[in-house]
Design a protein. Structure first.
Length: 371
């Protein structure tokens, strides 16, 4: 027997408004109306207890340039707190901090040599300069050293549970995405950038501390430089708390950041190929690609012309005096001299360098000296 309805139908929407589900729906619609794609209810495994945890939303934009796809992703937590004000205690951030990077940029890519380039080059200054306007608005202006939910009626502190849960959800969600992307998106020619956003349906207060003075003011958004242990390692990220009513303005900032990331990625791909001249990790990548393409052919060519050799290997690349040096093992002086003078070999290798590494400069063969 079906029970009789006792709740007035027109009261149900008001009751649901007190939950976070309506807020989550509004946030998703705001991103969609700004031409972002949205995934709702993304689940990940907690790194501590292994239980399934839910990330409210992922909003993303994709950009395409030739074979490059740039995806800008925003991991979103939605929190409604009808009874409390969220207070953030701040102080001046260090003018210089040797222990922490206050502008962490999280990315993942399966594109090489870009992946090797980003691992080892000081590229962040270029990225930040391109995103200067939007980044300066979302970077951490001050150090949030504590936070607290304040009872809005009695003005007494309660706890920080909802704020802390929003932080841990986003930090663990970010870590999970960075872990699973190599399995989910391998060999698709993509680079992903990430932002963390907590949309809050509650008043936000910043309390600025300077010496013994404290000054409280209402804010519509604030950025937290978050440091959290995930999988027994410290992960840092910028986490943006934004009041519900100013979300459209925040999405405009994210649009600008996404476009800056796209423009930077296009430039970085070109720079990563140029780095064959300067970057050892990039050269190691190309050495392996060249050996896979040419190692057997070099051995065949030497055998065809009856030049003594062992098992020929392109062991490494070097760049000296404007010349790219292909360093070979399993080969002697006579074989090196032959390869450097054989037109067929030089044409074959030159073509491979242009196709694989976009390199059309001078090159030569030499020994791989193991010292």
């Amino acid at each position: 027997m079906i029970g009789r309805l006792t709740v007035p139908l027109d009261a149900v929407p008001d009751a649901l408004e007190r939950t976070g589900f309506v807020l989550e729906h509004e946030v998703a619609e705001a991103f969609k109306s700004a031409n972002w794609s949205v995934i709702g209810g993304r689940y990940y495994a907690d790194d501590v207890d292994g239980r399934a945890r839910e990330l409210d939303l992922i909003a993303y934009k994709s950009f395409k340039h030739n074979d490059l796809t740039v995806v800008y992703s925003v991991l979103v937590s939605c929190k409604k707190d009808a009874d409390n004000t969220w207070a953030f205690l701040t102080r001046d951030k260090p003018a210089y901090d040797p222990n922490f990077d206050w502008n962490p940029i999280h990315y993942w890519t399966d594109i090489n040599p870009l992946e090797r380039y980003l691992q080892s080059e000081k590229w962040k200054a270029d990225f930040l300069s391109r995103a200067h306007g939007a980044w300066s608005e979302v970077a951490a202006a001050r150090d949030i050293f504590a936070f607290q939910q304040i009872d809005s009626k009695r003005a007494v502190p309660k706890n920080d549970v909802a704020i802390f849960n929003s932080i841990t959800t986003l930090m663990k969600g970010l870590d999970y995405e960075l872990v699973v992307l190599p399995k989910r998106q391998e060999n698709k020619g993509r680079i992903y950038f990430f932002s963390l956003l907590s949309v809050v349906d509650a008043p936000l207060i910043e309390v600025k501390y300077s010496g013994n003075n404290a000054e409280a003011s209402e804010v519509d958004a604030i950025t937290y430089f978050a440091r959290y242990l995930v999988r027994k390692r410290e992960l840092s990220a910028l986490l943006r708390f934004v009041r519900r009513d100013v979300l459209p303005v925040e999405i405009e900032r994210l649009d600008s950041l996404a476009m800056s990331a796209f423009q930077y990625a296009k430039s970085a791909v070109a720079s990563s190929f140029e780095a064959i001249r300067t970057n050892e990790l990039v050269r190691d990548y190309f050495a392996a690609r060249l050996h896979s393409r040419l190692g057997w052919w070099l051995a065949f060519q030497l055998t065809k012309y009856r030049v003594d050799h062992d098992s020929v290997k392109i062991s490494s690349l070097n760049f000296k005096n404007g010349v790219l040096v292909l360093e070979l093992s399993g080969i002697d002086d006579d074989a090196i001299a032959f390869l450097n003078s054989d037109d067929e070999t030089l044409q074959k290798v030159g073509s491979a360098l242009e196709q694989l590494a976009k390199f059309n400069g001078s090159f030569k063969f030499d020994w791989d000296i193991p010292f």
